[in-house]
Design a binder for this molecule. Structure first.
Ligand code: ADP
Ligand code: MG
Length: 698
């Protein structure tokens, strides 16, 4: 790439600058109104926009257009149509109408709906979301859209996110207006997702059926060298990876994605990329695009980008840190503690809202990070535990302590100032963000929700965050609107909230065993696995919450929960079947071959009169013979568990529990035996690349 970054940045995006340039002024202004105020788009305006978009896209080499949307599969979907329209003389013209821009009609029946489909028509609609810019990817003009069924049931991850942002903005404004910030018209939740991933060589990848079919290794003995030396973290980046990162950055910049930091992660072959934050809706689109492009660019470099949460046992898996904050349209970050005590009250009130929200809705935060893949990480001393708690740091905690006790800040910490008023010290970011074990950490001017898995759409967790904080703020606003003395009431709310919810604050080591016991004493939830967590989604409390704020309807919640549980069962089922296939078709035959070779050796020795008793060949034959029988039997019992799972006649929630309790444990046992065999059988006999081959392949 010889072009300068500012030149390529956003060059494939139909952004504000392009719109301004390409659209007639009145059309531009009317589109702006739609974007900023959510006004309906006039079809005449849409026609002009569509035509300008098409010309721009064709200029950039696009031949097709697609409505780009985010169904509940967790990945993005696109159906490409070409701009070509036939003329009567056998020629074609390139066309794109306002109608095609605004609305699409993909067949909804091939997308998961979690039961909604059964009762509603199969037809689905995609509708342009003008708040997210159109862009060009793979020679297609991609139009970000929302996706719903014929009868209006929401079938995607974007609509509820937009709704939750709307509700949160409304509640923030209520509060801010009472504080006199009447110039604030909108508050947006901002999100910066840090993304972890692995890169391995494509050649070795192709030889691993498990990686290809399930995204993770289902077998593999521990390599002699893993991550114990911790020499990979922030280590120098290898040239091949560097080239990948360079190209990835270029591709992301073209799409207007502000990829900024990149470094090696803890595990060998593991890396991280972080963008500059954007509003939650855009950040979600961008993170989806980023994951898609990471995979494609890796391919071009002869590598495979693994986004699974736990591709390798015994080395750290990959997560995604969801940095989240609130910013007003006037540019104020509401979680910036600042210096000014007058502003601090506002900060403390918003902080209190988050404390209340996280404590009251631990279940929702937990389940927003639940998946079969992420179950391998949470609580395994490489990621936060399954217990939701909040890190505030010592300074903030002592401030809240002193407010609760009704004394000056210096009554709690000896080191602080003695002015006698509740003054926040100028907040140093560096002093807060060094607790890496907390699932939900305050990091100076934002919160970092660290439980997400690497392959997640950030949509779900942000729907939850926005909604629960909006709910807490709405309760505060109700109280404040009735209060005669606003300032006093704010103090009282902050004090009360801290007092009632301080159990959620934990500044210690979340990986410690003692924390599990302590959390239990505090009455915090510990939802260890996905089947434990997901059923909370449909509790009365959560249905009330989401329906009250019109984020989901009751049937949407039930169907989404059903879908997630089904998905969990399917994943375990596929993994189990893949294991059986590998054991029977690859591992056992390899073991027999090795054993045969040894037997031939023994036979040859005997023929020339050598006494073989006590020879290593004989010992190994016996050892692997025993292990092979165990492996064979364990494969059978895994198969039985799967048959029983298929016959399991119960709710999806119970079904998922069965997979976790009965199937997953059989899988673990099968793996242990296979891995032991791997350490004995000769390298050239083993049917697939080992962990060393995989982790040091690039
Ligand atoms: P750290 O100091 O923890 O290394 P950074 O400040 O560089 O982190 O931020 C890490 C991530 O948090 C980045 O993706 C960044 O864009 C994001 N981030 C920073 N500020 C905000 C904010 N106000 N809202 C949302 N995300 C933010
Ligand atoms: Mg982080």
């Amino acid at each position: 790439m010889d072009k300068k970054v500012p030149e390529i940045f956003g060059s494939l995006v139909f952004n504000d600058a392009v719109m301004k340039e390409k659209l007639p002024k009145d059309i531009y202004l009317s589109l702006k109104k739609t974007i900023e105020e959510g006004k309906d788009l006039d079809i005449n305006v849409a026609n002009v926009v569509a035509s300008a978009m098409k010309d721009w896209a064709i200029e950039k080499g696009a031949t097709h257009f697609t409505h780009w949307f985010q169904p509940m599969t967790g990945i993005t979907a696109e159906k490409h149509d070409s701009f070509i329209s036939p003329l009567s003389d056998g020629k074609v013209i390139m066309e794109f109408s306002g109608k095609e821009l605004i609305k699409g009609e993909p067949d909804a029946s091939s997308f998961p709906s979690g039961g909604l489909r059964a009762t509603f028509e199969a037809r689905g609609y995609t509708a342009w979301d003008p708040t997210s810019y159109a862009f060009i990817k793979d020679n297609s003009l991609c139009i970000p859209t929302v996706f719903c069924s014929y009868s209006g049931e929401v079938l995607d991850k974007k609509t509820p996110l937009l709704r939750s942002m709307e509700v949160l903005s409304e509640q923030c404004c209520r509060i801010l207006h009472m504080f006199g910030d009447t110039d604030v018209k909108r508050v947006v939740s901002t999100v910066g997702p840090e993304q972890e991933y692995f890169l391995i060589d494509k050649e070795v990848y192709l030889k691993r059926k498990d990686l290809r079919l399930t995204g993770r290794t289902l077998f593999g003995a521990k390599p002699p060298k893993g991550q114990e030396l911790e020499d990979h973290y922030f280590g120098s980046i290898r040239p091949r990876v560097m080239k990948f990162m360079e190209e990835l950055n270029q591709e992301l910049w073209k799409l207007g994605i502000l990829a900024k930091t990149e470094h090696n992660e803890v595990a060998p072959a593991q890396h991280e990329i972080a963008p500059i934050f954007a509003n939650a809706n855009i950040a979600t689109d961008h993170n989806q695009l980023m994951m898609d492009i990471m995979k494609k660019v890796a391919e071009r470099h002869g590598m495979v980008c693994l986004l699974h949460e736990k591709p390798f046992a015994g080395v750290n898996g990959s997560g995604k840190h969801n940095n989240w904050s609130l910013t007003t349209n006037t540019g104020v970050n509401l979680f910036n503690p600042g210096k000014n005590p007058a502003e601090n009250k506002r900060f403390l009130l918003f902080l209190a809202a988050v404390i209340k929200a996280v404590d009251e809705h631990q279940d929702l935060l937990r389940l927003s990070a639940a998946s079969a893949g992420n179950d391998h990480r949470l609580g395994a001393n490489e990621a936060p535990p399954a217990i939701v708690s909040m890190f505030l740091g010592d300074e903030l905690t002592s401030i809240l302590e002193s407010i609760e006790k009704g004394c000056a800040y210096n009554c709690v910490t000896a080191k602080s100032m003695n002015t006698g008023v509740h003054v926040l010290p100028d907040f140093k970011k560096d002093t807060t963000d060094r607790n890496r074990t907390s699932p939900f950490a305050f990091t100076g001017n934002k919160f970092e929700f660290r439980m997400l898995g690497s392959s997640f759409s950030v949509s779900g967790p942000n729907i939850v965050l926005n909604t629960i904080v909006a709910d807490a703020l709405s309760q505060f606003a109700d109280r404040l609107e009735k209060a005669s003395d606003l300032s006093k009431e704010v103090d009282e709310i902050v004090r009360e909230t801290y007092s009632n919810h301080k159990r959620i604050i934990f500044n210690g080591n979340n990986y410690a065993k003692e924390w599990v016991e302590e959390a239990e004493r505090r009455g915090l939830l510990n939802l260890v696995s996905t089947p434990d967590a997901l059923p909370y989604f449909v509790s009365e409390k959560n249905i009330n919450l989401f329906t009250k704020h019109k984020i989901f309807t009751k049937s949407e919640i039930i169907s989404r929960c059903e879908l997630l549980l089904e998905n969990y069962c399917k994943i375990i089922n596929i993994e189990a079947l893949t294991m059986l296939d590998i054991v029977r078709k690859d591992i056992l035959p390899a073991v027999y071959e090795y054993s045969n070779m040894l037997a031939t050796e023994v036979k040859n020795k005997k023929e020339i009169g050598i006494d073989v008793s006590g020879d290593s060949e004989v010992a190994i034959i016996e050892k692997i013979g025993k292990l092979a029988s165990i492996l064979y039997k364990k494969a059978d019992s895994l198969e039985k568990a799967l048959i029983a799972a298929a016959d399991h006649n119960s709710t999806t929630a119970e079904h998922a529990k069965y997979y976790k309790d009965a199937v997953l444990s059989e899988m673990q046992e099968l793996r242990a035996t296979a891995d032991e065999l791997e350490t004995i059988v000769g390298a050239k006999y083993w049917p697939f690349p080992t962990y060393s081959d995989l982790l040091y392949s690039v």
